[in-house]
Write a protein that binds this ligand. Structure first.
Ligand code: ADP
Length: 225
């Protein structure tokens, strides 16, 4: 299978050259292939958010390379980097960040329209995604009328609206009770398997981590495992 995310020799330093310089990433390497879900486990403050931001092309490393779907992001200008991010990377956070004034369906349609997809095609894809996660009947509900787990499943659908190859998730079930977390995790794995996605999922939950294809641990700026 192909590598969708390739991180090579990443270095990230905060307060560079100042007293108290923090070397958060220190020569970190990671490959995530299509169809593979990788659990990212890190104690708080270890640099998990920094790593996800750099992998998601929201921040740049001080050294090292990021490639997404075979395209090197290093050296791209802002516009090209934003294009690659929109096209090829989906994000899910601990809190869903759905737009409250729009329905579940519209929340999944909007990023597609912004990407030049026709309204009819965008709606069809949104319905297909909602049905995949068991939310077809909820398509016309606004976020406030959905449970926390349902909101998060819609957030997954939105992240996948433009058919990215890479899904980055930061504690996607961190805010949910165990039963709901189980449902949401099941939906995540269904989407990863059906779309052949590469997924990097930060989690504090060892049971969920164990059910992904492998676990990597962030420590001292590098990954083990
Ligand atoms: P995690 O997500 O694992 O909790 P972060 O990536 O947020 O870790 O942060 C890793 C370390 O880098 C922490 O010590 C944090 O205080 C520091 N840090 C994060 N962002 C900045 C920043 N913009 N400026 C200075 N230090 C930062």
């Amino acid at each position: 299978m192909n590598d969708v995310l390739t991180l090579t020799g990443l270095v990230k330093i905060y307060k560079k050259g100042q007293p108290g310089e923090i070397r958060v990433l220190d020569g970190l390497d990671l490959n995530v292939r299509s169809g593979e879900a990788v659990a990212l486990v890190a104690p708080s403050g270890a640099g998990k958010s920094t790593l996800l931001h750099i992998a998601g092309l929201l921040d740049q490393p001080d050294a090292g390379e990021v490639a997404v779907s075979g395209r090197a992001a290093t050296g791209l200008d802002d516009r090209a980097r934003t294009g690659l991010r929109r096209q090829d990377i989906g994000f899910v956070y601990q809190f869903h960040h759905l737009l409250p004034e729009f329905t579940a369906l519209e929340n999944i349609v909007l990023p597609q329209l912004a990407n030049g997809v026709s309204d009819a095609a965008a709606r069809k894809r949104a319905i297909d995604l909602l049905e995949t996660v068991g939310l077809g009947p909820r398509a016309d509900h606004r976020p406030a009328a959905l449970s926390g787990g349902e909101q998060q499943r819609v957030a997954f659908c939105r992240a996948l609206a433009n058919g990215p190859g890479l899904l980055l998730a930061d504690e996607p079930t961190g805010n949910l009770d165990p039963d709901t977390s189980e449902q949401v995790f099941g939906a995540l794995m269904t989407l990863v398997r059906e779309a052949g996605l590469a997924a990097l999922v930060a989690t504090h939950n060892p049971e969920l981590a164990a059910r992904m294809d492998r676990t990597v641990r962030l420590s001292q700026g590098r990954l083990e495992g």
